[in-house]
Design a protein around this ligand. Sequence first.
Ligand code: G3H
Ligand code: 13P
Ligand code: ZN
Length: 327
Amino acid sequence: MALVTSKEMFKKAYDGGYAIGAFNVNNMEIIQGITEAAIEKRAPLILQVSKGARAYAKHVYLMKLIEAAIQDAEQTAGFDLPIVVHLDHGDSFELCKSCIDGGFTSVMIDKSGLPFEENIKITKQVVEYAHDHGVVVEAELGTLAGVEDEVNVSAEDSSYTRAEDVEEFVKSTGCDSLAIAIGTSHGAYKFKAEQCTRNEKGILVPPPLRFDILEDVSKRLPGFPIVLHGSSSVPQEFVKIINECGGKMPDAVGIPEEQLRQAARGAVCKINIDSDLRLAMTACIRQHFTEHPDHFDPRQYLKPARVAIKEMVEHKLVDVLGCDGKA
Ligand code: G3H
Ligand code: 13P
Ligand code: ZN
């Protein structure tokens, strides 16, 4: 099977009350870990590539690795794994065009930091080019706190999506899905300590997501796919291993899985996860070196890191997104 767009995937997800996992990819082990999990769980998949990932690994390497994953699924599992290759946080028409011309089946144009009318103008330009080439477009309204690519968005700048803007935005731009801000944010430090309470173990408990905004948006856009960025849960078992094995990540905190589960059951069709992949890999490698300080063959630590990613993604597909068996 060739790469697919998310059109059909999102329709099924919306109707079926589950969400598709969109995982950021940067190298071979990450791509293998994610795709092996999706094959095992028969889950449709979005692999997304940021501007930074493209700069790190090069477009052509990532495309060839993803093609290899599809071929591997066919050969080893006799299974057509439906994969969308998506540009994450495209910041210009030129970047989106380059990814469309280079074989991506979906792009995000993120001009959420610009005034409403300017966001509409650039998004519409990308949509026209993308649709002419059979590619779908995700756009964003509202600003997430945290780090988006190289741009720092401080917590003070975060602003929830204004539900009253979404119909005009979708109608004027023709976008195929919409990322909204309801309290998620990027990275492993999603909230400051003063925004949270602490549980009995002293671990930060973040403020709940704004499900009222999500509900309002979904009423205004019935059947339209909604996307959540910044949806890593920052599993505390990884943070603990990192801190016990020479790392320093005090007060790293993410979105509780129960809230993501709730979002996936509703209008949210795509849930973005990157930081949790990084944490799984880093925790595994730090632990490996703590236990085997004499190792120096990258295969000795990249192989278990790939397994850690696979196990974590399997858990997300089954226990959070509910998209297992849907491919
Ligand atoms: O939302 C941002 C993603 O986590 C991408 O991060 O720019 O470091 O690849 P990156
Ligand atoms: P996390 O940092 O929560 O993994 O979010 C990733 C993301 O939104 C990629 O676009
Ligand atoms: Zn994002």
